[in-house]
Write a protein that binds this ligand. Sequence first.
Ligand SMILES: [Zn+2]
Ligand SMILES: [Zn+2]
Length: 243
Amino acid sequence: MTQHGFRKIILDTLFPLFCLGCGKEGFWVCERCSSKIRLKKIQICPICEREEEPLGSICRKCREKYPDTAFNSLIVASEYDRIAKIVHLFKYKFIPELASPLGSMLVKSFIEKNLPLPDLIVPVPIHRKRLRWRGFNQSELLGKFLSENIAPGITVPVLNECVIRKRYASAQMKIGSYQERINNMKDSFMLNRKYQDVIRMKRILLVDDVVTTGATIAECAKEIRKAEPKEIHVMAIARQGMG
Ligand SMILES: [Zn+2]
Ligand SMILES: [Zn+2]
């Protein structure tokens, strides 16, 4: 029996599972509830969060104002309030099994938007100290799920170590301008030069779990950009308001 299978039996015995949505036994989120989670209908500019942009692209005004922005778009799969309970368990109660209902929301959004297939998937890294404490990087699990389910018969390669998280604390400022938030995240990531040639001219899909200010993805993308990819698109399961 695999370690995973063994762990599952232990978990099921000690803590019988009940669907978070309907209470049905045996699932974290049953298939029916999973399919009922509504996807976000309207995508907006990831910087000003005002202009409507069908593919989550950076609006013209923000492009002019922040010409150095390293990523091209952000697609957010669902509204934070709708999935807050699942996200909380996934991130803070360390339940990796939730990567699959959350990951399928990403896949559905990807297919619904008819986005071009990425060449590479890059999960937003967490600091190694946090990884040791948490046991898994939640974005890596989402990236893996996407890579295996994004298109039938295709597994998109996932690069887990092409960017390194240098700073442990990522205290996100709740106030301040976009530029101030960016400055706050400065030098949080570092490109692993080993992957430079792998990334060059590739279409990158950067995967994050929950986006807050947008400064994290912007800084992470800035490092990836040093390897001269063709495009960097970002997907996240939700965006948490700052209010
Ligand atoms: Zn259910
Ligand atoms: Zn904008």
